[in-house]
Design a protein around this ligand. Sequence first.
Ligand code: HEC
Ligand code: HEC
Ligand code: HEC
Ligand code: HEC
Ligand code: HEC
Ligand code: HEC
Ligand code: HEC
Length: 324
Amino acid sequence: MKRLGRFLIASLVLSALAAPAAAQDKPAALISPEQLARIRAGNDECFACHSPAGITHPTKPDLDLKRLRGLLRDADAFYGSDHQRLSCTKCHNEGYDEHPHAADAREMTSTCADCHDKTASAVGKQFDQSVHARNLADTFTCTTCHDPHLMRLAAKLADPHKIVAQDNRVCLGCHDSDETFAKFAPEKKTRPLIDEIHDWLPNARAHWQAVRCVECHTPAVATNEPISHQILDKNKAEKKCVSCHSADSSLKTRLYRHLVSEEHQRLGFANSVILANSYVVGATRHVLIDTLLMIAFGAMLVGLLAHGIGRIVARLRQRKNNER
Ligand code: HEC
Ligand code: HEC
Ligand code: HEC
Ligand code: HEC
Ligand code: HEC
Ligand code: HEC
Ligand code: HEC
C-alpha cells in the first residue's frame, strides 16, 4: 500500500518538486579558519586515545583499554554536531589535559545551563513538568537525552527522516531496551513493550520511521517555538489519527515546520513538502490517490474480516465435530 502510494506520487510529482534545499550552516561566528584549525588540533590530542585508533595504537603503555573502549567518541559525528566548533576542553574544562585524568575531573564538566543560560531555563521549566522529571527526579537530566557530542538542531538537519531518526533514537534507546530502561525505572517497574502499548496504531514500526514520539507525547506549541520538552502523562497523549492524517496536519507545524516556512517563502505552498518526504494518507490533497489508498485499505479490512469469520466458522464446525 505504502509502495503503491509512493510510486504513484513519485511519478506524479517527480519533475514538479525540487528537492528541499539543504540547510545552510551559520557562518562560523567570530571563529577564523586558523582558530578552528587550532581547536581541532587540540581535539586531536583527545581523539588520539578516545577513538578506535586509540585502542589499536595506544599512545602510552598501561592504559586501561577495557575502560577506554567504552569511552570512544566519533570525530566525524562530533564535527557534524551542534558543538563542532568547540574544544573538548571547553566543556571538559579541568583535569583532562593530562592522563591519568584528575580524580575529580568529572565534577568540573560544564552543564548545558553554564553556556545556554536563557534556553536552558526556558526548556527547564517544560522539562520540570515532564513525566520523567516528576517520576524519576534526580537521575533524569538534560544529558540523559542529549549527547552533546552528537545532537544536531532539527532546523540544521532539515530532512524530516534525519530529524525523526535522531529524535526517536533518544526515546527508543531507552524505551526499547530492557537494560537501559532498568537503569532509570523505579524499582519493580517493568518496561512496557513499545509495540504493545501502541498496538492500536497500524504498523507502529513504520510510524516510528516517519513520525517522532514527541509529536504525540508533547503539547502543541506556536509554530515559531521549538517543540515542548513537557512529555505528558500517557492519558494525555495524542490518539487521533486525523491530527496527522488530514489536510491541515499538525505535522506541518511540527516536524515539517522548517521546510514549510522555506516553502512558504518560495512558493506560498506547503503540501509538497510532506509529499516529498512521506506519503501521509489524508495529509495531502491528491484526492485520487487518497481514494485509491482508501480502497486498498478497505480491501485489506474486508480481507481480514473474511479471514476472521472463516476462522470462527471453522472453529464452530470443529467443536460440533468434537461433540459428536
Ligand atoms: C593518553 C590517552 C588519553 C588522552 C590523551 C585523553 N584521555 Fe581521556 N581517558 C583515557 C582513559 C584510558 C580513560 C579511562 C579512565 C582512566 O583510565 O582514567 C579516560 C577517561 C576519560 C573520561 C571519562 C572520565 C570519567 O571520570 O568517567 C573523559 C570525560 C575523558 N577521558 C575526556 C578526555 C578529554 C576531553 C581529553 C582531551 C583533552 C582526553 N580525555 C585525553 C585516556 C586518555
Ligand atoms: C558541549 C560540551 C561538551 C563538549 C564540547 C565535549 N563534551 Fe564530552 N561530555 C560532555 C558531557 C556533559 C558529558 C557527560 C555526559 C553524561 O553525563 O552522560 C561528556 C562525556 C564525555 C565522555 C564520557 C564520559 C563517560 O563516563 O561516559 C568522554 C570520553 C568525552 N565526553 C570526551 C569528549 C571529547 C573527546 C570531546 C571532544 C571531541 C568532548 N568530549 C567534547 C560535554 C561535552
Ligand atoms: C562550554 C559551553 C557549552 C556547553 C556546556 C553546552 N553548549 Fe551547546 N553550544 C555552545 C556554543 C558555543 C554553541 C554554538 C556553536 C556554533 O554556532 O558553532 C552551542 C550550540 C548548541 C545548540 C545549537 C544552537 C544553535 O542555535 O545553533 C544546541 C541545541 C545546544 N548547543 C545544546 C546544548 C545542550 C543540550 C547542552 C548540554 C548537554 C549544551 N549545549 C552544552 C556552547 C555550549
Ligand atoms: C526526554 C528527552 C529530553 C530531555 C530530558 C531534554 N531534551 Fe532537549 N530535546 C529533546 C529532543 C527530542 C529535542 C529535539 C526537538 C526538535 O527537534 O525540535 C530537543 C531539543 C532541544 C533543544 C533545541 C531546541 C530547538 O531550538 O529546536 C535544546 C536547546 C534543548 N533540547 C535543551 C535541553 C535542555 C537544556 C534540557 C535539560 C533541561 C533538555 N533539553 C532535556 C529531548 C530531550
Ligand atoms: C533513559 C531512559 C529514558 C529515555 C531516554 C526516555 N524515557 Fe520515557 N520513561 C522512562 C522511564 C524509566 C519511565 C517510567 C517512569 C515511571 O513509570 O515512573 C518513562 C515513562 C515515559 C512515559 C509514560 C508516562 C506515563 O504516564 O506513565 C512516556 C509517555 C514516555 N516515557 C515517553 C518518552 C519519550 C517521548 C521520550 C523521548 C523524547 C522518552 N520517554 C525518553 C525512561 C526514559
Ligand atoms: C501516534 C501517536 C503516538 C506516537 C507516534 C507515539 N506514541 Fe506513545 N502513546 C500514545 C498514546 C495515545 C498512548 C496511551 C496509550 C494507551 O494508554 O492506550 C501512548 C503511550 C505511551 C507510553 C506509556 C506506556 C505505559 O503504559 O506505561 C510510553 C512509554 C510511550 N507511549 C512511548 C512512546 C515512544 C518511545 C514513542 C516513539 C517511539 C511513542 N510513544 C510514539 C501515542 C503515541
Ligand atoms: C503523529 C502523526 C500520526 C498519527 C497521529 C497517525 N499517523 Fe499514520 N502515519 C503517519 C505518517 C507520517 C505516515 C507515513 C509513513 C511512511 O512514510 O511510510 C503514516 C502512515 C500510516 C499508514 C500506512 C502505514 C504503512 O504500512 O505504510 C496507515 C495505515 C496509518 N498511518 C494509519 C493511521 C491510523 C489508523 C492512525 C490513528 C490510530 C494513525 N495512522 C495516526 C503519521 C501519523
